[in-house]
Design a protein around this ligand. Structure first.
Ligand SMILES: Nc1ccn([C@@H]2O[C@H](COP(=O)(O)OP(=O)(O)OP(=O)(O)O)[C@@H](O)[C@H]2O)c(=O)n1
Ligand SMILES: C[C@](O)(CO)[C@H](O)COP(=O)(O)O
Length: 412
């Protein structure tokens, strides 16, 4: 057997867990124009196998990766490995004519070239790039808990039929207790190697996965959680679906928050959310001191990193003295729009002991909708007292907290 680039120094003194990645297949069921086997086709610009390897390379339980490749794929493999940032060794050996042979060659290579053979091995299809950390965790945990073999599965959810060669249903197969087997399949290294060797000795070469071989050899297989997303790319349709999956647009929705507080002094009304409310005090400030609109202005500016209200309307600038604060909010809305944003909703919470906000809430929501040019159902105004505590409780001031959600299209 060829050693590939595996070397004794790849194995530490401790018996760790290695991954064997089966990648020597020819993809006969996935028609392909560029002649590349499916594991080297690009998904979102990156080879399938690079994505698969990256998941194992960054998992803390894995100490090394041995990839079983076809002799014709040396260049494709070297290019794919260059695209994986791996803190652990990624080595390769050559596989054989069936998956069973390829996996056995991987195990034999680990046995022959490791000074200290691994304690456990996870055998995985290169053609399952959507394997997750969680599935690896499930398999590794089962092995640590004493399982000799661990198999990720998903319960079968379709009704199953057995059909004949002429396309007629022969029977409906009860799906109770049926599961679809996935990879990585985890094993006690010594036991799965012995099982593979026994299969050779007894000329058993029909196993489509290593757990089937383990079952045949009398090894108990523990089922753990797999995931429907962990599909094996088998056909061209699978590859097309996978491409759509990795290139699905991610909505660029951002939220911003804002806070403001102003002192109450002697007066006859307060202005909140642009609505004048009769009161025996007024809010003191450089402008009309509308805390609600100031907080909301900050929240909107935050969604595009455009600073805060003081950046655009400095209190030192005399033109804003006594200004109606709707101007600030309108301007913030324009800045958001210039940055490509569409306001989804805004939410203001007022914290005031008095005056009562409830009777004015609808007028405030309408005013916000007018200023921002959005519908009223996207504008929320709420209020609470401070239970007579602190400066708000003593009616020395009013505070406001605001949130804005803005869509900036999709992430590219
Ligand atoms: N002689 C083989 C056959 C398959 N595999 C690997 O086993 C995994 C699952 O096999 P499958 O989906 O059947 O891949 P192919 O054999 O390439 O596909 P096909 O059967 O359509 O030719 C794949 O990652 C494949 O590369 C392997 O290492 N050696
Ligand atoms: C190992 C496997 O992925 C388990 O589902 C599957 O059996 C391999 O695919 P194949 O099409 O049987 O080669």
């Amino acid at each position: 057997m060829t050693p590939g680039d595996l070397r004794a120094a790849d194995f530490g003194a401790e018996r760790g867990t290695w991954a064997v990645i089966a990648a020597a297949g020819r993809s006969s069921r996935a028609a392909c124009e560029d002649g590349k086997p499916k594991q080297y086709r690009r998904l979102g610009g990156r080879p399938v196998i690079s994505r698969t390897l990256a998941v194992f390379a960054r998992h803390p339980a894995i100490s090394g990766i041995l990839v079983v490749i076809h002799p014709d794929d040396e260049e494709l493999f070297a290019d794919a490995v260059r695209q994986v940032d791996s803190p652990i060794p990624i080595r390769h050996v050559h596989g054989g004519a069936s998956r069973q042979i390829s996996c056995r060659r991987g195990l034999e290579a680990l046995s022959a070239f490791a000074a200290t053979p691994p304690r456990a091995v996870l055998i995985h299809d290169a053609a399952r790039p959507f394997v997750s950390d969680t599935i690896l965790d499930n398999v590794v945990t089962a092995l640590e808990d004493g399982a000799a073999a661990a198999l990720p599965v998903v319960a079968v959810s379709d009704t199953l039929k057995r059909g004949n060669a002429s396309g007629t249903v022969v029977e409906t197969v009860a799906r109770d207790g049926l599961f679809a087997a996935q990879t990585p399949q985890g094993f006690d290294f010594t036991r799965i190697l012995a099982a593979h060797r026994a299969a050779v000795a007894e000329e058993k070469d029909h196993f489509t996965d290593d757990c089937a071989l383990a079952e045949w050899a009398g090894i108990a297989v523990t089922m753990v959680g797999g995931a429907t997303g962990n599909i094996k790319l088998t056909t061209s349709e699978d590859l097309a679906m996978a491409e759509r999956r990795v290139s699905a647009p991610c909505p660029d929705i951002r939220s911003g928050n804002g806070y403001d507080v102003h002192r109450l002094v002697a007066g006859d009304h307060v202005t909140l959310c642009g609505v004048n409310i009769p009161h025996n005090r007024r809010l003191d400030g450089h402008s009309d001191a509308d805390v609600a609109l100031h907080a909301l202005t900050d929240a909107l500016l935050a969604t595009c990193g455009a600073g805060d209200i003081g950046t655009h309307f400095p209190p030192s600038d005399p033109q804003w003295k006594g200004a109606a604060s709707f101007v600030f909010l309108q301007k913030a809305g324009e800045i958001v729009a210039r940055n490509g944003g569409t306001i989804l909703n805004v939410d203001v919470s007022l914290i005031a002991e008095a005056p009562k906000i409830g009777p004015h809430r609808d007028a405030m929501r309408s005013r916000l909708a007018d200023i921002l040019g959005i519908s009223v159902d996207r504008c929320s105004v709420k209020a609470t007292t401070n239970e007579k505590m602190g400066f708000i409780g003593r009616e020395e001031g009013i505070a406001a907290i605001a949130t804005a959600n803005v869509s900036y299209g999709v992430l590219t």
